[in-house]
Design a protein around this ligand. Structure first.
Ligand code: NAP
Length: 245
């Protein structure tokens, strides 16, 4: 059994990869998941070449069975779970009079439903870790969009508002178990997801994936007496009308 282990959904790129690398450097055995096999395996190979302990599991989180199997596979491989990072997410921009049901369903399935299922499946292992050392942790990737409700991203923002609410409920329910839940709500982070806006906002003016990884690391440095339900990460270069995005 590993001494500490973390499961990061959507760990094959962007924010998830940066968090995986940081946790790996802290000695966590890692399970990373993603939908695209080739991309996932090459990411895992890169992390393994950095001497990190990593297992890659292909899982499309729109499938409940795939999420259940993902958590079970993590348990089989590492025997414990100290940190769950619900990171997989997508954003589809659309006007409110043009929202397609299939895009609505996909964003809800990936951004919210999968996170709820992964949490449900992971809580028993996290509570065991919490009873052992008081520092079981769930990190949910929300977004500043869930607070600022920007135009053209209504459904995405609504899923992230739901993630913030679900995270607060989780934190309350888990209080006293040695497991904390924190939602992280960033503005634009320089990843594939924000390529659509990189003409207007250059990547170097965006939050870096490593900033979010450092935020997770900070949470792990806190004593078990301290819980942080929510962290908003704004862009320091954002103008007065950008609402931190
Ligand atoms: N970038 C930002 O500005 C920003 C800001 C606030 C919040 N966030 C949130 O942070 C999280 C990570 O975003 P990111 O910018 O790192 O995105 P990204 O670079 O596009 O990476 C998304 C990750 O999620 C995985 N994923 C997507 N759909 C999936 C599915 N159906 N099943 C399994 N895995 C799936 C991707 O794997 P595949 O490529 O294999 O599908 C990839 O590993 C998301 O929840 C996002 O909403 C991002």
């Amino acid at each position: 059994m590993a001494e500490r282990a973390a499961l990061i959904t959507g760990g094959s790129g962007g924010i998830g990869l940066a968090i995986a690398r940081r946790l790996g450097e802290r000695g966590y055995a890692l399970t990373i998941s993603g939908r695209q096999e080739e991309k996932l395996l090459s990411t895992a190979e890169g992390l393994a070449n950095e001497d990190l302990k990593v297992e890659a599991v292909v899982a499309d989180v729109t499938s409940e069975e795939a999420v259940v199997d993902l958590v079970a596979e993590h348990k089989r491989q590492w025997g414990r779970l100290d940190c769950l990072v619900n990171n997989a997410g997508i954003g589809i921009g659309q006007a409110i009079d043009g929202v397609q049901s299939k895009h609505f369903d996909r964003q809800v399935a990936i951004n919210l439903r999968a996170l709820v299922i992964a949490t449900r499946e992971s809580v028993p292992m996290l509570k065991e870790a919490g009873a052992e050392h008081g520092k079981g942790l769930i990190v949910n990737l929300a977004s500043i969009a869930g607070i600022q409700s920007p135009a053209w991203l209504s459904v995405y923002a609504a899923t992230k508002a739901a993630v913030l609410s679900y995270s607060r409920s989780s934190q309350k329910e888990l209080a006293g178990s040695g497991v904390c839940c924190t939602a992280i709500a960033p503005g634009f982070v320089a990843t594939e997801m924000t390529e659509f806006v990189q003409g207007e906002v250059p990547p170097e003016k965006m939050i870096q994936p490593e900033d979010i990884a450092e935020t997770v690391s900070f949470l792990l440095n806190l004593t078990p007496a301290c819980a942080i339900p929510e962290i908003v990460v704004s862009r320091s270069a954002a103008g007065p009308d950008s609402e931190g995005l």
